[in-house]
Structures are given as C-alpha cells and as structure tokens.
Design a protein around this ligand. Structure first.
Ligand code: URA
Length: 318
C-alpha cells in the first residue's frame, strides 16, 4: 500500500496475511479468511487480497476495527536534519520540528540533539536501549562534525581540543580533530563522544573561534549517504550491528599517576624520577579525527561551503 519506492522501504514491505499472523492475531490461513471475508482494512480501506503488500511502519492495518500492532516494532531511522528545525517532538515557539519530516505512525525519539542551526545526521528510534547505548558517554560512540570556523585554527588549539576544554567547570573528553585536507585551515573535522549542550560550538568558542557552519556528518559511523536535507531512510541491518559493536563497553585504560601527569614518582632527593623508557610510557595525544567513513561523499556534499568560505551563517540561539 505504500507508495514509497526506495529500496529500504521495499525491504520493509510484507504481505498482509503474513503481517497479521506475525503480529499474533491468528494463523496464516485464518488470516487469509479474515481478509477474504472483508474484515481487514488497510488505511481505512477494505482489502480482500491476502498478498497485498503493507509497510508495517506506515500502513494502519485493522481487523474488525482493531489496530494490528506488529510484535517487533523497533524502528531505526537516519534523518538528514536540515538547519531551521528543532530536535524535539514539540516546540513551544511553534518552530518546525524534526518530527514534521518523518511521517511514520510510530512514535520515535531523536538520539541526542542537534542545534536549530546545525544540520546533518540525526538518528531516531523507539528502542530506548539502543538510544542509551549510543548516547551514554561510557560507550564512547563518536560523532563527527564538519565545522567551519571564522579563522584558521592554530595547532596549539587543536592540541587543547584533544586534551579537553573546560566547559561548565568540567573538562570535556578528548576530541579528535583534524584540518580537512586540501581546504582552508578553518575547515575541520571534529569528533566527540559526549553530548553536552552546544558542545562543539562552546569548545571552540572557549578557544576564541566562532563556528560559522556546523554539520554532523556521522554518528557511530553512520552517514547520510545520498539523503538530501529533510529526507530520511531506515538504518541498514549492517549499520545497526556495527553501531552496537562500537558501543560495546570499552576496557578501562589504567594509567600510572606519573603518566597521567599527576604527582609522579619522586626519587630520593625529592626530584621527579626520570623514566627509563620515556618513549614507550609517554602518553602521546596524537588522536586526529577519524575521517568520516564516507569522507569523499561528505566533502562533495559540503563543497559549496568549502569553496564559499566567506559565507556567514548567523549562530542563532535556540
Ligand atoms: N555540538 C554543537 O555545538 N551543536 C550541535 O548541534 C551538536 C554538537
């Protein structure tokens, strides 16, 4: 019954009799009978052909007027959030919300937030456990952003971002950051795994930069693919599996105090003891942003912004 034609939509389509029996209403043959005898409606229309294809996420199937709910209703969506939309289910100021872009019957919730002025990958689901896996800082699931700054970034500031920036009296976790190759030095990839309010903008503001453009290009390495602003797709099985793998709790890394730069062992004279294998033990903060796995596509999609570095996008507050 669905008119959507993209392939992920087609994968979702299922025969009406199968849908009814899978939902636990009755056995397949009995479902056929229900359909033949006109007791089944799809989107308010009586359907008498058991092989009619329905989309469990979009089509409303009723038997004797009772809505049939699939047993497994978890849905995972990737939305290209455009700028000018809020990431809430309802906005008091009446601004458009990301929910306006997704016409599914199921109630979905965004996994984390994107500012009104930030666009890019927004994941949505009704699976609370998955959402938690993606968002909890313990799982260290990275999100990668393209940021265009008002001026070229200094090497020393990139180091600071990698070490952590103090915001709201608490240091941020180490970001991965890198100037986008072959572009101006004010275009960077930055990856973080926390989700504090306006975190990327505020980290950069702390260092004296204005973020003129911010686009999330990946979340758990899930990118936009060919989506255009405002469009969405279902997450693929592979993306879902890989995202779960990424979120598997990491082994804690224990560091000796001297390596962590706190205190450090003292020699008998009270001076700092010299480490023998300095090179091995030294913690190097050389993390650079993992380039988005869809790097070249992303570069293509943001090429206009990369070329037009004089573009000024007002940083309207939500
Ligand atoms: N950091 C920000 O500053 N804004 C976002 O929308 C996401 C991350």
């Amino acid at each position: 019954m669905s008119e959507e034609s993209n392939s992920s939509e087609e994968n979702k389509l299922t025969r009406l009799n199968k849908f009814i029996s899978n939902a636990g209403v009755t056995a397949r043959r009995k479902a056929d009978e229900l359909i033949f005898t006109g007791r089944v409606t799809v989107n308010m229309q009586t359907v008498t052909e058991p092989g009619t294809k329905v989309n469990p996420d979009k089509d409303v199937v009723k038997v004797d007027g009772e809505k049939v709910r699939p047993l497994t209703e978890f849905i995972y969506v990737v939305l290209f959030k455009p700028r000018g939309y809020v990431t809430t289910t309802h906005d008091e100021k009446g601004r458009p919300t990301v929910m306006d872009l997704i016409g599914l019957n199921t109630r979905l919730y965004p996994i984390g937030r994107l500012d009104y002025d930030t666009d890019g990958v927004l994941l949505l689901t009704n699976d609370g456990e998955f959402s938690n896996m993606m968002m909890h800082p313990r799982h260290k699931v990275f999100k990668t952003y393209f940021a265009k700054l008002d001026k070229p970034i200094e090497e020393a500031d990139m180091r600071k971002l990698r070490e952590g920036i103090m915001i709201d009296g608490k240091p941020t976790s180490r970001a991965k950051v890198r100037i986008i190759p072959n572009t101006a030095d004010q275009n960077i990839w930055i990856s973080i795994h926390e989700g504090r309010n306006r975190q990327v903008r505020r980290m950069l503001e702390e260092l004296g930069y204005m973020v003129q453009r911010l686009k999330r290009v990946e979340y758990a390495r899930i990118g936009l693919d060919s989506l255009k602003p405002g469009e969405w797709r279902y997450m693929t099985e592979e993306e879902l599996r890989d995202a779960r793998k990424l979120a598997t709790p990491k082994m804690p890394v224990f560091r000796k105090p001297e390596e962590a730069g706190e205190g450090g062992k003292k020699d008998k004279k009270g001076g700092k003891k010299k480490k023998k294998k300095d090179k091995k033990k030294k913690i190097k903060i050389t993390d650079t942003a993992v380039e988005p796995s869809t790097g070249s596509d992303v570069l293509e999609s943001i090429s206009k912004e990369l070329e037009d570095i004089s573009e000024k996008i007002s940083d309207t507050k939500e």
